[in-house]
Design a protein around this ligand. Structure first.
Ligand SMILES: Cc1ncc(COP(=O)(O)O)c(C=O)c1O
Length: 377
């Protein structure tokens, strides 16, 4: 059965390892295994003693215990370690939905959050709850969500901190979202892959797992702590029947998490605050550099500064960001991501601020803009 192309991943597969100046990564700067072991006080000897048999299918109990302790009111039994974070979207979609159900997805979005649900319930059954742009940011209207509800709505899909707008709801908005979900007896798929990356001045919010047992929360170590190569992720699922259905689907996709990944995930979890602080510091520095850059190019870009996370959605006054992106990669080795891949328009691009080389990449982009004229909109 056909599924829409996963455009973001096709794009990164083509360009990530061949384009020197990257401006659109959603992950934060990573560390080496040696750095992670040193930071967490773990020895190579301990890693060497790890056996490579099958692991516990729900995930290492010590790791699940440590992760559960970070959520108020959540037990290790309610954590499902995944083979990879992205797997959690597929497993939940499979376990929760039947063809004919309606799903509401916040858009734009990481494309898996749209395409996998459309694949299962059909494109017509996926209603788009769209962000509204303002002059300087993004607005989320919960009445828009209410207007999309139908008697067949089963699931609402959101992601905060949001990829690609960098939006974070207020505590009141989150409480209202939860109220709507509970009032209508819906499920909430809540993607928290960027959890904790909250910029100075933005009020933080709780994990949705602490607010309602109707939420299935996806989290992992790829973005916030910058370890996407670990492929470490988990779901928090409080409903027992749904938990068992998700586990059944997981046996078909990955069976159990990879042992080396779980070992290193436990080391990383112990030092997550240090990694997070480093990443937030870098994001804020890069945002400052980006804000100055956008101020120099006010006719070309519309800058809506993100509130949280590692990415932003930027307006670009050209006929096609897709064409510009291909030209930039070929002629300047600079990578920007067209937002059409994320359900945005072709006059928008996604940028990422978590990488150490961001200032150099931005400088290369600016050199290109200074020496080449772009087609007007
Ligand atoms: C919102 C969101 N959810 C899930 C994922 C998947 O995470 P991973 O690539 O670590 O599997 C991503 C990755 O970009 C993402 O941006």
């Amino acid at each position: 059965m056909k599924i829409a192309p996963f455009a973001t991943e096709h794009f990164f597969a083509e360009y990530e390892f061949t384009t020197p100046y990257q401006l659109c990564n959603s992950d934060c700067e990573t560390v080496t295994v040696a750095e992670l072991l040193a930071l967490s006080g773990t020895t190579l000897d301990e890693l060497g003693r790890l056996t490579l048999g099958y692991t516990e299918s729900q995930g290492n109990p010590v790791l699940r215990e440590a992760i559960a302790a970070a959520y108020a009111g959540i037990s290790a039994e309610q954590i499902i370690m995944l083979g990879t974070p992205v797997e959690g979207i597929y497993l939940t979609a499979r376990a929760l939905l039947e063809p004919g159900d309606d799903v509401i997805v916040l858009t734009p979005a990481y494309d898996a959050l749209i395409n996998l649900f459309e694949h299962i319930v059909s494109a017509e059954n996926v209603k788009k709850w769209a962000f509204r742009p303002t002059a300087t940011g993004w607005q989320l209207d919960l009445d828009d969500l209410r207007s999309l509800l139908t008697p067949k709505t089963r699931l609402v899909v959101v992601n905060f901190p949001h990829n690609p707008t960098g939006y974070l709801p207020t505590p009141d908005q989150l409480a209202e979202l939860v109220r709507i979900v509970e009032q209508h007896n819906l499920w909430l798929f809540y993607d928290e892959m960027y959890y904790g990356l909250v910029h100075s001045g933005t009020p933080p919010i709780s994990s949705a797992a602490e607010m309602t047992n109707r939420a299935v929360v996806l989290s992992g170590l790829s973005k916030t702590v910058g370890l996407p190569g670990l492929r470490a992720g988990w779901l928090v699922v409080q409903d027992r029947a749904l938990h068992d259905d998700i586990m059944n689907w997981k046996f078909y996709t990955s069976i159990c998490p990879p042992a080396p990944s779980e070992f290193l995930a436990l080391a990383a979890w112990q030092v997550r605050d240090q990694l997070l602080d480093r990443n937030i510091g870098r994001i804020e520095q890069n945002l400052q550099i980006a804000t100055a850059f956008f101020a120099r190019w006010p006719d070309l870009f519309t800058w809506r500064r993100p509130l949280a996370g590692s990415v932003a959605l930027v307006g670009v006054a050209v006929p096609s960001v897709t064409a510009l992106s291909q030209r930039l990669a070929a002629e300047a080795g600079v990578l920007i991501q067209p937002a059409t891949m994320l359900g945005g328009t072709d006059q928008q691009m996604r940028m990422g601020f978590g990488r150490e080389a961001f200032p150099d990449a931005l400088q290369q982009f600016e050199r290109y803009l200074q020496h080449n004229s772009l087609p007007g909109k």
